[in-house]
Structure formats: C-alpha cells, structure tokens
Ligand binder design. Structure first.
Ligand SMILES: [Mg+2]
Length: 165
C-alpha cells in the first residue's frame, strides 16, 4: 500500500491538543471541523468540557464551519443548537458535495483554511483535494472502541505518509 495522504500536521492526541499558535503559524483564518469523534462522541450531541473550552477559544480566533458526513437531519439540528455554528451534513467527504457550501460560508482563500478531523480517508483526503491545510487528530472515543474499529482505524492510517517534507 502506498501512503498518499500527507496531513499538514499529525497530532498524537485529540482535537484539544491542537494549539492556537500552531494554527496561527499555518496562517489559518478559517477552520473546517469534522463532527463525529473530532468534536463530539458519535450520537451524543454533547460537548465534553475540555472540547467546549477549546472550541470557545477557536471561535474567538477563526471562522468555523462543521462539515460532517452524518445524514441524520434531526441530530444535526440538535448539534447546531449545542455548537452555535454552521453545521453542514450529508457532506460526502472527501467528495465535493458539502465542501462547496463550507467554502461559501467561510469566504476565504483555500490556503487560509485548515481542516481538522480524525479520518484520513475523509477529512485529510478532502483537505488534500481542495488544497486546504489538514490536521489529523486522534478520535475522541478511540480508547473505548471495540477492537474491530481499532483495526479499521489502523488500516485507514496506513494511507497516511508520516515522513516530513
Ligand atoms: Mg470523524
């Protein structure tokens, strides 16, 4: 298998480990955040206190759009209420369906946008396709997942080129 995904940064931790300074260094003005397992545990519609704090800080510094492949309209509405951010569902990452709407909302040049997500083949590939910067983080619930999910994640991470430069 040839690793073809090159995240701009890889974190050995969840989204709360992403520092404001790191994003400033990347020249970020806008963020496209994945939902499930990046910002919230799947199906929870709930922000953990640490993530909430992190998000408050990011909201003060960047334009933010949530982009998710989640297709449950009712759930997405609940998430919208909790986050008080634009939430685009049915995104079909890494394809073009939802990202166009996200770029429309952000109204920034692509090199000023950073995608942050836990999935190489959706979030990172999307970033790469649209020449956005992309940060790969660990899934929020990775530590309580069943074994099969762990192996699936490992397989997906095998597409990631971890060499520098
Ligand atoms: Mg995710």
């Amino acid at each position: 298998m040839v690793p073809f995904l090159r995240p701009t940064l890889i974190y050995d931790g969840d989204v709360t480990k992403v520092q404001l300074d790191d994003l400033k260094k990347l020249n970020a003005a806008g963020l496209i955040l994945d939902l499930d397992n990046t910002i919230m545990a799947p199906k929870s519609a709930k922000l953990e206190p640490e993530v909430k704090l992190w998000l408050e800080l990011m909201k003060k510094n960047f334009k933010i759009v949530i982009l998710t492949n989640n297709k449950k309209a009712f759930y997405l509405e609940a998430v919208r209420q909790v986050l008080e951010l634009p939430v685009i569902g049915f995104a079909k990452k890494p394809w073009s369906i939802g990202i166009k709407e996200a770029l429309d909302i952000l109204k920034l040049s692509n090199d000023k946008i950073v995608v942050i997500g836990d999935r190489p083949l959706t979030d990172i590939w999307l970033g790469q396709r649209f020449k956005l910067k992309a940060i790969l983080v660990k899934a929020l619930t990775a530590h309580i997942e069943p074994k099969w999910k762990y192996y699936l994640r490992k397989l997906e991470w095998s597409f990631v080129n971890k060499s520098k430069g």
